[in-house]
Design a protein around this ligand. Sequence first.
Ligand code: LMR
Length: 404
Amino acid sequence: MHADPTKALHALSDITAAPADPILGLTDAFKADTRPDKVNLSVGVFQDETGKSPVLDCVKRAERRLLELESTKSYMPISGDPAYCRHVARLVFGEATAESGRVATIHAPGGTGALRVAGDFIRQLLGPRRVWLSDPTWPNHPGIFRAAHLETEVYPYFDPAANGVAFDAMLETLAHAPEGDVIVLHGCCHNPSGADLKAEQWNAVADTLRARSLVPLVDFAYQGFGDDLETDAAGVRTLAEAGLDILVSSSFSKNFGLYRERVGALSVVTESPDATARVLSQLKAIVRTNYSNPPAHGGGIVTTILDDPELTALWKMELSAMQSRIAGTRKAFVEGLKNTGANRDFSFLERQKGMFSFSGLDRKQVDRLRADYGIYIVGSGRINVAGITPANLEFLCKAIVSVL
Ligand code: LMR
């Protein structure tokens, strides 16, 4: 017991407030904004043409089935339902690698939960080493790895002048990273820039990682939002098939629209089934001292859908409709800006993949959009394209042109 309880209370009252989260904090501010035509282009949540984030039809059907058939609320296995984990491995790596015995998958609470388990695994099992993040990256990445007591570094990734990947600079930096360091790569739909590596660039990255004994950790949260499920997995599969040991955090938040159910996974691929079994035992030990075992509902939905060919077909259709809406919106947005008289060429937005685009708007312009128009964009200039609808497109284009 504490010797002086009043001192402990006093210590708590001395704690200073944490800053608002750069992404989720903006949605809080957006909700509190009373302007009727406000627009939220911050957090990465899909919205349909009417600005709603609907529950997919396949999910609704799976939930009805689950409600009927569920027979227990007992604990899940520490690593989650094996059927769920098998589906994850197949979707991410393809049938052959998934069935090779080289993949250990655990169901983690969202992609974020998977990244944190990966961070703990790296720190506890591989020892202190640096984690390299792309510049720029998802603002939560540095915090997740620091919370796991890992030092972070950055490698060049986005070239604003070319509105594309600064590939030579990236590779040059990786080629000089200390052996054994961890390199975080975005599997597809780079967050925040929307600029992805091409197939031959993934091959070159694999060669460099192997030459330097670097450990890739792929953040794979948007499978199906770039082109399609298979094309988007090409980068991850290049690394896995090159025989590298790799860690992959994946998520069903976006492609099943299951954000609040926290459905993700961490997969580790090693060179042999024996090593994979040992890795899995260590992942379970980490999970047990953190959240013990994963929540069941979201994983149950995914498994129900992927176990059933009809529901799977419906899911693929709904996913493809989300992907097309985003691709179509990119086009409409570029045209809208041009027709409104933008004195800048925004055609690069059409080449970017996934939900996000780096608009090129600077901090002052982002602040003015929020203050003058109630348009919320992440401070880096990242726009969630899926937040643009036919109803807000004109308003948005006029507002952006007015701050350029
Ligand atoms: C985003 O980048 O907006 C999403 O990944 C949501 C989040 O948790 O930040």
